[in-house]
Design a protein around this ligand. Structure first.
Ligand SMILES: CCCCCCCC/C=C\CCC/C=C/C(=O)SCCNC(=O)CCNC(=O)[C@H](O)C(C)(C)COP(=O)(O)OP(=O)(O)OC[C@H]1O[C@@H](n2cnc3c(N)ncnc32)[C@H](O)[C@@H]1OP(=O)(O)O
Ligand code: FAD
Length: 670
């Protein structure tokens, strides 16, 4: 088939670009070799038989059941393709931030029913089992003999893990655990793939041995027969029903009726139960929460990727779309030329870069801390937990806001399923809740910050990410200059100031006679604000420093663009938080106006590179799945092509006319 022509607007835009798009793509991927590898994987998947979505009825027209079956068909075929690839390639990078496997969005548009298998089940087996268990289970999980999920949340409790009700009671006479769901609220509820996909799961349950409860622990549990896939006796399992998004994730419920599993089904890397029922405690009981920390860390770079998909759609569409006539007798401009449109779009693109570099930095910190933990050194665990909590929480909330802004920037067409923005919206919005709900995680970081504040009052802090607190004691009002380093110091002063205020409020409540817990609750709005401010201090500092560092490794033309994006991100947030800066620095109205002017200059500087910047994300059309965002910009043709796929368009008159409309019309005549 002849290549379809690229829309003239995009041809012109691509000529304007001042930097080498391929150079930026390689930087985003982490090097030329990584880009080549990713493209190789994408080619392999896109060209594999049985995976193309091109000629299919769009899945939005399928029934709930058909949609699931279609997702399973594709996810299984995709797994086969990856299995083949793994025979000749190292695929351990699947458990680290990489864009290499995101081609799966080109196969299963929404969330794959296998997501929890690779995202949480396998990592939990790898990191929480003892060496014998790893040797026995991991090959089966990696080969999909065991298809698994992570079953922690219950109908009654998701946040409060110590409140989970599922019990695992050790019976030394048979050397088994008895799993039980004593109440309706103890039913597992939410795990992805649990409903009809998984035959195994990691179940988090309250461990009882010798009549003593030792808190929540993970167990590997078979729930379905490996031959027939029938639920095993004592297991009640099913699907929880339609949701805002995640339509193909196959989220399920699960209950146990005195269901027996062997003693060695408990994941025993950290804590153990001996044959006689003796309990051996973990060095740190929070190690059981390790998989959640791992996923929270990964979510930051995942959000950067989702922003790059949504940004590609909205920016390309904005270059193709023409609307209004500000100057009489002149053609309608591209909507991308409206400065308000640039304001909506470019911060989203800049945020994708800020999250990617911060997410990579967080991943490196995580890897280092986990290495230390494996040697028995837990010192950095609280700081890592505090960082992962606030970054996951703030980045997910920001990303959801940015995706919504991208959708709004596409006007009415952004509301179409075929734009793919609604599905991306559903995927990103879910991250605010899962893997630890926003407020709950912010309050976890606040616990750490309150301790750090107390420490800082003695003139020293042990952890580098809060060292700015000590500076605040020397000078609690930053002397303002409109420079990046002052802006970063400004964010640190805001964080320190808000931590101090929240801490003082907490203390005031305690001194007034409140229990600490009640005082905490009373101060919690301020505590969440303090966590957010701390997170903004981290995001602005790390993203700026990382982008500056990266700019020294590339050509001058690309370096200039990276620095513009980094500065845009800093100024955007300085302006957003101008009220806070006024409280904690000497910034003046004049400084703010100058920053506003600089922000608008940056929008103008970025404008010629808008298409180059999103092209550099290098999200293939097959992965973008969007009528509005394809590389060739054939927006209107695609919208019509997709509309014509509606089953309603298969016949000129729908039968409902004869059944309902005609009788209604006839009655009107009487
Ligand atoms: C954009 C696309 C996204 C793609 C994503 C890629 C990956 C995909 C993979 C999977 C998809 C995921 C699908 C969803 C899965 C799930 O949601 S699984 C379920 C997740 N559930 C949660 O996150 C529950 C949240 N709750 C908790 O974590 C805890 O209960 C708690 C809120 C932390 C409280 O715990 P607890 O009551 O036990 O503790 P506290 O008394 O509050 O605190 C005691 C001290 O312990 C410290 N602590 C707590 N947790 C940790 C930890 N993980 N590590 C280290 N330390 C921890 C806490 O700070 C306290 O310390 P202190 O006393 O010194 O203050
Ligand atoms: C799409 C999706 C996929 C999921 N996948 C899985 C999965 O695969 N496996 C799994 O085990 N779970 C999964 N979950 C469950 C998820 O982890 C929980 O929903 C999440 O941790 C929030 O817990 P919750 O639902 O109990 O919310 P709740 O804790 O009931 O939150 C409700 C409200 O109460 C507030 N709140 C609760 N506690 C406090 C507090 N201490 N202080 C202040 N405010 C508080 C919250 O801020 C929130 O506003 C999934 C959820 C979703 C949405």
């Amino acid at each position: 088939m002849a290549e379809k022509k690229v829309c003239e607007d995009l041809v012109k835009e691509r000529k304007k670009c001042t930097f080498n798009v391929e150079e930026l793509t390689r930087l985003i991927d982490g090097g030329e070799d990584k880009t080549m590898e990713r493209r190789e994987v994408e080619d392999m998947v896109i060209n594999a038989g049985g995976l193309s979505t091109k000629d299919e009825v769009p899945e939005e027209y399928l029934s709930h059941k058909e949609r699931y079956e279609n997702a399973i068909r594709k996810a299984s075929r995709l797994f086969e393709v990856f299995r083949e690839y793994a025979k000749t390639h190292d695929t351990t990078d699947a458990f680290s931030p990489t864009n290499k496997y995101r081609v799966s969005f080109g196969v299963v548009k929404d969330i794959s029913p296998f997501m929890l298998h690779m995202g949480m089940f396998v990592p939990t087996l790898m990191n929480q089992s003892d060496p014998d268990q790893v040797a026995e289970w991991l090959p089966k999980a990696l080969s999909m003999q065991y298809i698994g999920t992570y079953a922690q949340t219950e109908l009654g409790h998701g946040t409060f893990l110590r409140g989970l009700e599922t019990t695992a009671t050790y019976d030394p006479s048979t050397e088994e655990f008895v799993l039980n769901s004593p109440t309706l609220t103890s039913y597992k509820w939410w795990p992805g793939g649990l409903a009809h996909t998984a035959n195994h799961c990691v179940v988090v349950a309250q461990l009882y041995t010798k009549g003593v409860c030792h808190g929540v622990h993970p167990f590997l549990v078979q729930i379905r027969d490996l031959e027939t896939h029938m639920p095993l006796e004592g297991i009640k399992v099913g699907e929880i029903g339609p949701k805002l998004g995640f339509q193909t994730a196959n989220n399920g419920f699960l209950g146990f009726n005195h269901y027996r599993i062997p003693r060695r089904s408990m994941l025993m890397k950290n804590a153990q139960v001996l044959k006689d029922g003796t309990y051996i405690k973990s060095k740190n009981d929070k190690l059981t929460y390790g998989t959640m920390v791992f996923v929270r860390v990964l979510i930051v770079t995942d959000l950067a990727y989702e922003l790059s998909r949504a940004g590609t759609i909205a920016v390309r569409y904005s270059a193709v779309r023409h609307q209004s006539q500000p100057k009489p007798n002149e053609p309608e401009p591209q909507i991308l030329d409206y400065v308000t449109q640039q304001h909506k779009l470019f911060i989203g693109v800049a945020t994708s870069h800020a999250f990617r570099v911060t997410g990579n930095w967080l991943w490196n910190s995580y890897s280092k801390v986990i290495k230390d933990v494996s040697k028995g050194n837990m010192d950095q665990l609280p700081e890592l937990h505090a960082l992962a909590c606030c970054l996951k929480a703030v980045c997910s909330r920001d990303a959801a806001a940015r995706v919504e802004e991208f959708r709004l920037a596409c006007g009415g067409h952004g509301y179409m399923a075929s734009s793919n923005l609604p599905i991306i919206n559903g995927i990103v919005t879910a991250t605010i809740t899962y893997e630890g709900e926003f407020t709950v995680l912010m309050l976890q970081t606040a616990r750490f910050l309150v301790k750090a504040w107390k420490e800082a009052t003695t003139g020293k802090v042990k952890t580098p990410t809060v060292s700015y607190l000590v500076e605040f004691f020397k000078n609690d009002r930053v002397i303002w200059e409109n420079t990046p380093s002052t802006m970063i110091k400004g964010f640190q002063a805001i964080a320190a100031g808000k931590i101090r205020t929240a801490y003082e409020t907490l203390e005031k409540h305690v001194k007034s006679g409140m229990d600490y817990e009640d005082a905490w609750n009373s101060a919690s709005v301020q505590l969440v604000n303090a966590s957010e401010a701390h997170c903004r201090a981290i995001l602005t500092e790390i993203s700026w420093k990382e982008m500056v560092r990266l700019s020294t490794t590339v050509s001058p033309s690309l370096a200039q663009v990276l620095l513009q994006l980094a500065e845009l991100y800093l100024i955007y947030w300085t302006l957003e938080k101008r009220g806070d800066h006024l409280m904690y620095s000497t910034i003046t109205r004049d400084d703010i106006q100058k920053l506003q002017t600089r922000y608008e200059e940056l929008l103008a500087l970025i404008r010629p590179n808008a298409i180059g910047l999103v092209d550099a994300f290098d999200v293939r059309d097959e992965i973008l799945n969007s009528t509005l965002g394809a590389y060739d910009g054939r927006v209107y043709e695609r919208l019509m092509e997709e509309a014509l796929k509606s089953p309603l368009n298969a016949e000129p008159v729908n039968q409902s006319f004869h059944k309902y409309l005609k009788p209604l019309m006839l009655k009107a005549k009487l």
